[in-house]
Design a protein around this ligand. Structure first.
Ligand SMILES: NC(=O)c1ccc[n+]([C@@H]2O[C@H](COP(=O)([O-])OP(=O)(O)OC[C@H]3O[C@@H](n4cnc5c(N)ncnc54)[C@H](O)[C@@H]3O)[C@@H](O)[C@H]2O)c1
Ligand SMILES: [Zn+2]
Length: 340
């Protein structure tokens, strides 16, 4: 898997020079068309097929995928064509899925333009769409031919989206690099060394994925914070307390660090530092004890579960993570209480 972190003006022409494609499509949404497409357009040799889809998770479904496949078909794209996915995780997951299945698979390049997609979604080859309300329910594992990360695209990203992506950077530090955690926790959001953090996160994700591409074991550590975090995200979906993915994961990481502490794997002061830093950046979510049963039930849908047991990825120390830890409903309730 080749991930290049460099200005797009150098990485894209260098990539295109490596192989002759018969046709080229660029997938955008209305935001990346406005903010990112102008930089890309001038780097492309011929006029590509521009496919625009509406932004947002709510459009990451089969009907949009069908529109993408239709446009590739109408333009008579053959198996030697290329798709460039220019956008956040929605564009990358869905554009990658459409490319990986069109005529049994054509090449695609991820050009992530949100912090979350640069440090997480674009690396690792998980592609897919939501189906009947279930997230990423239909999909495949397929690696892109390249991932071209240009931190400059983040200049136009709304602040709340940047903060959301930062949660995955925090996660990578907590599961794999205690010394980087000690650095970032002393800085506020504005002062973070973004380009360095992006390469650092990409490196960690790449290494974990290379060791276990299809999530049979080790890759599960990337789910730290995500079992309760994802349930919290789903719980607030469509309400006026709607949370971005990273905002829910931030809360999930505190709750799951608490579970790690309860198992004796994390010291009280480590837990205190995690809680203090995350609350200082994200604030507290508006949780009530009456929400707990529904959130706990939602964890039963988690993809990591086996034989009806909810399995967590929990810290075994600062900078280390284990997986397949069975956690009871009672323990989950205690962890949620810790967020109040
Ligand atoms: N494949 C994976 O391993 C993986 C991992 C994590 C998340 N995901 C998926 O990623 C998706 C979330 O990704 P996301 O957080 O990037 O959300 P997103 O793709 O919805 O992008 C967020 C918003 O930012 C806008 N945007 C994108 N780039 C911009 C820019 N440079 N300037 C201004 N606006 C810009 C988008 O149009 C959108 O409105 C989810 O669907 C999730 O399932 C996948
Ligand atoms: Zn995540």
């Amino acid at each position: 898997m080749s991930v290049i972190i460099a200005p797009i003006a150098s990485s894209l022409p260098a990539f295109l020079a490596t192989k002759a494609y018969t046709a080229l499509a660029v997938l955008v949404d209305e935001h990346t068309k406005k903010h990112c497409w102008p930089q890309l357009r001038k780097l492309l040799p011929s006029k590509p097929l521009l496919i625009e889809i509406p932004s947002g998770e709510g459009n990451k479904h089969l009907q949009t995928a069908e529109k993408i496949w239709s446009q590739l078909t109408q333009a008579a794209f053959d198996r030697h064509a290329l798709v460039l996915n220019l956008g956040g995780g929605v564009i990358g997951d869905m554009g990658g899925f459409c490319a990986a299945t069109y005529k049994r698979g054509i090449d695609f390049v991820q050009i992530p333009t949100t912090l979350l997609s640069q440090v997480d979604a674009s690396v690792g080859g998980k592609l897919g769409i939501d189906f009947q309300g279930f997230k990423n329910h239909i999909g495949v594992f397929q690696q892109p031919v390249a991932v071209l990360v240009d931190p400059d695209f983040l200049q136009t990203l709304p602040w709340r989206e940047r903060r959301s992506g930062f949660a995955e950077i925090i996660k990578h530090c907590l599961i794999a690099d205690a010394s980087m955690w000690q650095r970032i926790r002393r800085l506020d959001l504005e002062a973070q060394p973004w380009p360095e953090l992006i390469s650092h996160s990409v490196e960690i994700k790449k290494q974990v994925v290379a060791a276990d591409p299809t999530e049979k074991g080790l890759r599960k550590i990337l789910n730290f914070g995500h079992t309760l975090g994802h349930a919290i995200e789903t719980h607030f979906l469509g309400t006026d307390q709607h949370l971005l993915h990273g905002e829910a994961i931030a809360a999930g990481m505190i709750a799951e660090a608490f579970l790690s502490y309860k198992r004796g794997d994390l010291s009280e002061s480590d837990l205190g530092e995690i809680e203090e830093f995350i609350f200082s950046i994200y604030g507290k979510i508006k949780l009530q004890s009456s929400d707990f049963d529904k959130i706990i039930n939602l964890t039963l849908q988690d993809k990591k579960n086996q034989a009806g047991q909810v399995r967590f990825s929990l810290l075994t120390a600062l900078g280390q993570c284990g997986y397949d830890v069975v956690v009871s409903k009672k323990e989950m309730k205690k962890a949620l209480e810790y967020l109040l």
